[in-house]
Design a protein around this ligand. Sequence first.
Ligand SMILES: C=CC1=C(C)c2cc3[nH]c(cc4nc(cc5[nH]c(cc1n2)c(C)c5CCC(=O)O)C(CCC(=O)O)=C4C)c(C)c3C=C
Ligand SMILES: [Fe+2]
Ligand SMILES: [Fe+2]
Length: 367
Amino acid sequence: MHCIRRPARVSAVCHCCRKPSEEKELTWRPQFLPVDHPQVQSGKVGVLIVNLGTPDAPEPGPVRRYLAEFLSDRRVVEIPPIAWQPILRGIILNTRPRKSAHAYSQVWTDEGSPLAVITRNQAEAMQTALGSGVMVDWAMRYGTPSIGDRIEALMKAGCERILLAPLYPQYSGATTATVVDKAADKLRTMRWQAALRTLPPYHDDPAYIEALSSDLNRQLNGLDFQPEVMLLSFHGMPQRTLELGDPYHCHCRKTARLLEAVMARPGLRFRTTFQSRFGRAKWLEPATDAVIAEEAKAGTKRMVIAAPGFSADCLETLEELAMQGRDQFIDAGGDKFAALSCLNTSAAGLEMLEKLLRRELSGWIND
Ligand SMILES: C=CC1=C(C)c2cc3[nH]c(cc4nc(cc5[nH]c(cc1n2)c(C)c5CCC(=O)O)C(CCC(=O)O)=C4C)c(C)c3C=C
Ligand SMILES: [Fe+2]
Ligand SMILES: [Fe+2]
């Protein structure tokens, strides 16, 4: 019998051929084993939490590098590279980095970009929650730390099984799928691959809806005004992706419908909108900025906005919604405005995340 899988172990001894990895430990090596047997660590389970990515600094150079990688992903911009790359290199990367760097500088923290800081904190909290039987790490799809490097690190630490957890509740080709592609690119280079599981979209998972409902209700109860309308603003996508069969739009709509029902706040109107339009193509509608202005012009005085599709606060929520959104609302005649936080490391958010991860780890770890 060659090999029986054993519980998690990181050993200096290969548990298959029982070859000690350190030459000095070779007290009993049978004659037939090769002397150059590599060091082996095995039997562990890893979780890799992934989010979109962010520049390394709020300056034009790092933002340019980040945007170049992000916007060259063919799942993000579905224009043939022969047409797109000249526009990207010739126009966008010469104009947008300066503007975006300024926006980033308004939300940057002492510890770094909010998206990276919060994602790291979520991973640390999951390490504590799941215990030492699992190794939890985090990565970014674009920029650093990269998915490939962190998969390699988990495997070097002995993880033979990895749960890849893109923190996108709503699936889209431009987010969830490209994370899986990137992980597969890394595995493609390996002789001995880890077994991979992926966290499915959780847009309608009762644990996610409950977590959102309880955390948003908690934040609403702490406001010093009673909002008339609550916008549920999701990141936009080109309209064409919906027509091509991407489920993202349906997932967003379903999250919004379930959330509104569970939040049960009579007297509060809910509207679903799509933000962060990029480029000239038609994007999903209605657009968040248009609805903010339309509401204020129609006489709405008190508005709150939440972004249920973002697991962590980032440029798009802290600058675009909380800062620009407020200005748009007040300039158009509104009076009171609040942008609510994402689930981040709230108690409700972490409890939900632990539940989802434990479920997907089922059979790999003891409950
Ligand atoms: C939550 C899901 C996201 C989807 C869907 C999404 C699609 C998408 N985004 C762009 C272009 C940009 N997005 C940018 C920032 C950004 N996008 C998401 C999430 C989704 N994007 C996040 C979490 C962030 C914030 C990153 C951060 O560092 O805080 C940016 C960069 C910022 C800027 O220059 O404005 C761009 C550009 C496209 C084209 C797209 C769908 C096809
Ligand atoms: Fe985006
Ligand atoms: Fe649908």
